[in-house]
Design a protein around this ligand. Structure first.
Ligand code: IPE
Ligand code: IPE
Ligand code: MG
Length: 252
C-alpha cells in the first residue's frame, strides 16, 4: 500500500537539524511603513535578511533552504512595486551570485518561467548553471511561484507523456507527481517558517508541505536573523513528527 508520504524521503525525526527549511519572507512593507519608509526600502532590507539567513542556514548544517521571493499572485500589486521587486532580483543575482558560488551554494529556481522578462530568465539560468556542481547548501528561490500552478504544470506534463505513450496513467503515483514538480529531486520541507505574524500558506509548496512542521514568527522579514532561525529550530526540535503513525519520538 502506498502510505502517501515517503518516510524515507524525510531527513529523520525532529531531533536532527532539519534537512530542508522553507521560508515565507513576509512583512517587508509593514517593516517599512513602521519606519515611515516607502515599501521598496522594506524589500531592500529584506534582501539583507535573506543574505544573513542563507549564511546562517549553511553554518547550521541545513541542506536545503527554500525562500518565497515572488508569488504568482504578487503580479496583482501596483506596477511600480512589481518593477521594484524585479529590479531587486536582478541586483541580488548580479551582486551575490559570485559569492554564493564561492561559498559552494547551489542555486535552484522554482516557479513559472514562461512569462518572465528575457534578461531575468537568463540570470536565473546563469545562477543555476554556474552553481550546479556545488555541494554545500542548496538555495531554492521560489520566483513567480504558485503551488497550484506548479501542480497544474506537473499534471499537464504527465498528460502529455500519457498521450505520447510514454506514461501509463495506471502508473501515475505520488512519486510521479513529486518528480514532475519544480522541486523534483528535492526532499519535502521539514520546517516551514512564515514571518510577519500571518497564519497562512499563501499558495506556497502546497503538495510538498503535506507533513511539514509550521513555525510562525511575529517578526517582519527584514528583522529576521540567525537568532530568529535558531528560535524556529529550537521549536522544531520539540515537535513529535508522527507522519500519521503512532511512533513517539525515539527514546534517548
Ligand atoms: C514580502 O513582504 C515580500 C513579497 C511578498 C514580495 P510584503 O511586501 O508582502 O510585505 P507586507 O506583507 O505588505 O508587510
Ligand atoms: C507571500 O506573501 C508571498 C511572498 C512572501 C513572496 P504575500 O504578502 O504575497 O501573501 P498574502 O497576500 O499576505 O497572503
Ligand atoms: Mg505580505
Amino acid at each position: 500500500m502506498n502510505s502517501g508520504v515517503s518516510v524515507a524521503a524525510h531527513s529523520g525525526g525532529s531531533s536532527s537539524v532539519p534537512c530542508h527549511v522553507a521560508i515565507i519572507m513576509d512583512g517587508n512593507g509593514r517593516w517599512a511603513k513602521r519606519r515611515g519608509l516607502v515599501r521598496a526600502e522594506g524589500h531592500r532590507a529584506g534582501v539583507q535578511a535573506l543574505r544573513r539567513t542563507v549564511r546562517a542556514a549553511g553554518e547550521l548544517g541545513i541542506d536545503y533552504l527554500t525562500v518565497y521571493s515572488f508569488s504568482s499572485e504578487n503580479w496583482s500589486r501596483p506596477h511600480s512595486e512589481v518593477l521594484d521587486l524585479m529590479a531587486l532580483l536582478r541586483r541580488f543575482i548580479r551582486h551575490d551570485l559570485a559569492e554564493l558560488h564561492q561559498n559552494n551554494v547551489r542555486v535552484r529556481i522554482i516557479g513559472r518561467r514562461d512569462d518572465l522578462a528575457p534578461d531575468i530568465l537568463a540570470l536565473l539560468v546563469e545562477a543555476e548553471e554556474l552553481t550546479c556542481d556545488n555541494t554545500g547548501l542548496t538555495l531554492v528561490v521560489a520566483f513567480n511561484y504558485g503551488g497550484r500552478e506548479e501542480i497544474v504544470r506537473a499534471v499537464q506534463e504527465a498528460a502529455r507523456r500519457a498521450v505520447c505513450g510514454n506514461l501509463d496513467p495506471a502508473d501515475i503515483d505520488e512519486d510521479t507527481i513529486s518528480q514532475l514538480l519544480d522541486t523534483g529531486g528535492i526532499p519535502d520541507p521539514d520546517l516551514l517558517i512564515r514571518t510577519s505574524g500571518e497564519l497562512r500558506i499563501s499558495n506556497f509548496l502546497l503538495w510538498q508541505c503535506a507533513y511539514t512542521e509550521f513555525f510562525f514568527s511575529p517578526l517582519y522579514w527584514p528583522d529576521f536573523d540567525r537568532a530568529a532561525l535558531e528560535d524556529a529550530l529550537a521549536e522544531y526540535y520539540t515537535r513529535d513528527r508522527r507522519f500519521g503513525g503512532l511512533t513517539a519520538r525515539a527514546s534517548p
